[in-house]
Design a protein around this ligand. Structure first.
Ligand SMILES: NC(=O)c1ccc[n+]([C@@H]2O[C@H](COP(=O)([O-])OP(=O)(O)OC[C@H]3O[C@@H](n4cnc5c(N)ncnc54)[C@H](OP(=O)(O)O)[C@@H]3O)[C@@H](O)[C@H]2O)c1
Length: 340
């Protein structure tokens, strides 16, 4: 098999393809011949040495794949063999063969391509946890989605529109026309405009009921102020720490220095009728039954057409460095994938 390794922390070029013997599925595992692997911002942070959950480098990153089952381990029904699937992987997904626990594998309907399947697990389960499970978004409410053009941003927009909410998105200006067409009601170029002032203007001064923020730092300060009474701020990342392509801790220091550690205190939350919550899908492995329940709901939305992953671009394995450049250059509208 071929795997893409983070050989050391540094620029995208530290990603290298290596050959290894095909793995054998252990008891309870399913082996998948991979046709597409998802790239996530967490992989970029991991490559930069800024992602504490990543196992020690050198490592094969990757949280999700889609392809076809070609072998099963002991205790797994042989009828899986030959089926098209998509799956969550706990690292190791940047590979053309992976073995994963049966519980992490989902059958892929004939209407879903491998590319679409590989774009679902991380983006849509994270979005579901943020918008539905913890954000409790209701019809008629307004949600502000940062990085609206990213994989999670587009997934969250689709779920929010299905609920009947209004969506304000922040994104680089070049993405606005396409994001409007994808259902975002109002777009803010946060690089040239103050998103807090613009969102307040859009909502007639009221503010918003839900914010999804994976930027971190100063953005959280403004977001907390922008919440309307009963508003919830969902914190799920720190992309503002990724200030360059080679790593280093300057961005992290600045992000931490700008984080509103004191503003979110119990008295302020109570008196302002606001909530702050956090989401880290990578810490939900112990809750996989619940995640499967969310996936059942997402698959119903797939059938209805409400869930429709947008693929930004597919890179070949030996173009993995270009895939990471593409994301860090903020060029993606939707999901970036790797194909063997
Ligand atoms: N906690 C969790 O469970 C979880 C799960 C999935 C993702 N996340 C987080 O959610 C965020 C989005 O993830 P994703 O996979 O959807 O990302 P993505 O699709 O790769 O989105 C990348 C986009 O983020 C925006 N961005 C903001 N700050 C950036 C920076 N410093 N460098 C480069 N791009 C930046 C850029 O768009 P614009 O320039 O248009 O803003 C860029 O195109 C990330 O912070 C990620 O770590 C968290």
């Amino acid at each position: 098999m071929r795997q893409i390794w983070i050989s050391k922390s540094g620029p995208p070029e530290v990603l290298v393809v290596k050959e290894a013997p095909d793995p054998k599925p252990a008891a309870g595992e399913i082996r998948i011949r991979v046709e597409a692997s998802g790239v996530n911002f967490a992989d970029v942070m991991g490559r930069l040495g800024l992602y504490p959950d990543l196992p020690r480098i050198p490592v094969v990153p990757g949280y999700e794949v889609a392809g076809r089952v070609d072998a099963v381990g002991g205790g797994v029904d042989a009828s899986w063999i030959g089926r098209d699937v998509f799956a969550s992987t706990r690292f190791g997904g940047y590979a053309d063969v992976v073995c994963v626990a049966e519980a992490q594998v989902f059958p892929r309907p004939s209407s879903m391509s491998a590319e679409q399947g590989a774009a679902i697990p991380v983006n849509y389960m994270t979005a579901w946890q943020l918008v539905v499970a913890m954000g409790g978004l209701k019809a008629g409410e307004t949600v502000l989605i940062h990085s609206a053009g990213g994989g999670v941003g587009i997934a969250a927009t689709q779920i929010a529109k299905h609920i009947g909410a209004k969506v304000i998105g922040t994104a680089s200006a070049g993405k606005h026309a396409e994001l409007s067409a994808l259902g975002v009601d109002h777009l803010i170029d946060y690089r040239t405009e103050d998103f807090e002032a613009r969102a307040r203007q859009i909502t007639g001064g009221r503010g918003v009921e839900l914010i999804l923020d994976a930027v971190g730092g100063d953005s959280l300060k403004k977001g907390y102020r922008l919440l309307a009474p009963t508003g919830r701020l969902g914190v799920f990342g720190a992309s503002s720490a990724a200030t360059n392509k080679s790593g280093g801790y300057l961005g992290t220091v600045s992000m931490l220095a700008n984080t509103p550690w004191v503003q979110f205190n119990p008295l302020s939350l109570m008196n302002a009728n606001k909530g702050v919550f956090g989401v880290n899908l990578g810490h939900m492995w112990g809750e996989f039954d619940r995640l499967r329940g969310w996936m059942d709901e997402l698959m119903r939305l797939w059938e209805s057409g409400a869930v429709k992953p947008k693929i930004a671009r597919v890179f070949k394995f030996d173009e993995a460095a270009a895939a990471h450049h593409f994301i860090q250059d903020r060029k993606n509208i939707g999901k970036v994938l790797l194909a063997p």
